[in-house]
Design a protein around this ligand. Structure first.
Ligand code: MLT
Ligand code: MN
Ligand code: ZN
Length: 293
């Protein structure tokens, strides 16, 4: 199985257009690597590819990734796109993929309903881009030799569907993790997750690779930095410090943080927090990072 991190940042990216925080300014001047928004590409054979989450940066991500370049006059190796929630950083890139390229679009019924409620997505013609509904715990073929199974993880509805009261520990069809299997290897992709209960740790145990929600280092980071009013948990994201503690000692081949917010000190390769996460066995996702299992 080949996995390419197309974008390692959370919504907003690094630098974020309206953010003057230390990390965003450091990325602007090239002191730390810039990061595009949350997406990975996966293949079992290196020829046919699936993309997990279509970020608003997908055009630049595809341009930067030779494995996904056109193979013919109007053809390229994308076979399917799967989205793990309806958040804008994971679905807005679908609008970019409208140029008559056939691929299958996979999501749970709840996420498909959120997409269908947006009339602009009709630009993705259903005769070319069939919308395939995936039930939780059902296995599907994303590309030749590559299967995926979706499972519910604690989360919340997308920002644009939030009502007056928001449940952040919702376990259902709105936020899912993906179990990828190819050539006898098992990888898990969980870019958004609000909690790590025992049943989820059981599912993670024994994986060859875990790519996990690295949005914030600490729950109140954005409030302390003066960047916003919300905690990580309110946004549906368990803080990295809690994830490192919960997974300490769990048998996982490789563990990689993805979906990092620009406020997160892990975006700075020279930070003490980066060293701390690495000492605990974690890799920090970067755009273009490739993992072969
Ligand atoms: C998130 O992961 O919390 C969302 O992407 C936030 C957003 O929709 O901007
Ligand atoms: Mn996000
Ligand atoms: Zn910033």
């Amino acid at each position: 199985m080949r996995i390419i991190v197309l974008g390692a940042a959370a919504g907003g990216g690094l630098p974020q257009w309206n953010c003057g925080c230390g990390n965003c300014n450091a990325a602007r001047v090239g002191r730390i690597p810039a990061m595009t928004q949350s997406s990975v590409a996966v293949s079992a054979d290196g020829r046919d590819w699936a993309i997990l989450n279509a970020s608003p940066d997908i055009r630049a991500q595809l341009a930067a990734t030779p494995a996904l370049h056109p193979t013919g006059l109007r053809d390229m190796p994308l076979r399917s796109v799967l989205v793990t929630n309806g958040d804008i950083d994971h679905v807005a890139g679908l609008l970019t993929l409208r140029e008559s390229q056939p691929f299958a679009l996979y999501a749970t019924p709840a996420i498909h309903a959120a997409l269908s409620a947006n009339p602009m997505l009709a630009a993705l013609r259903e005769d070319l881009v069939p919308r395939r509904t995936v039930a939780l715990d059902q296995s599907i073929d994303l590309a030749p030799g590559l299967t995926a199974t979706l499972f519910a993880v604690p989360g919340k509805v997308p920002l644009y569907q939030e009502g007056a009261v928001v449940e952040t520990g919702l376990v259902g069809e709105t936020t899912v993790g993906v179990e990828l299997a190819a050539n006898g290897r098992r990888a898990l992709y969980i870019p958004g997750c609000a909690d790590l209960p025992g049943w989820l740790l059981d599912r993670i145990a024994g994986a060859d690779l875990l790519m996990f929600d690295g949005t914030l280092w600490e729950d109140d980071e954005m409030i302390r930095m003066g960047l916003g009013q919300k905690t990580g948990l309110r946004m549906g994201h368990i803080p990295v410090v809690d994830t490192i503690a919960a997974l300490r000692g769990l048998a996982v081949g490789q563990r990689v943080f993805v979906h990092m917010n620009n406020s997160n000190p892990l975006t700075d390769p020279g930070s003490t927090q980066t060293a701390e996460a690495q000492a605990a066995g974690w890799q920090i996702g970067r755009d273009g990072m490739e993992i072969t299992l």
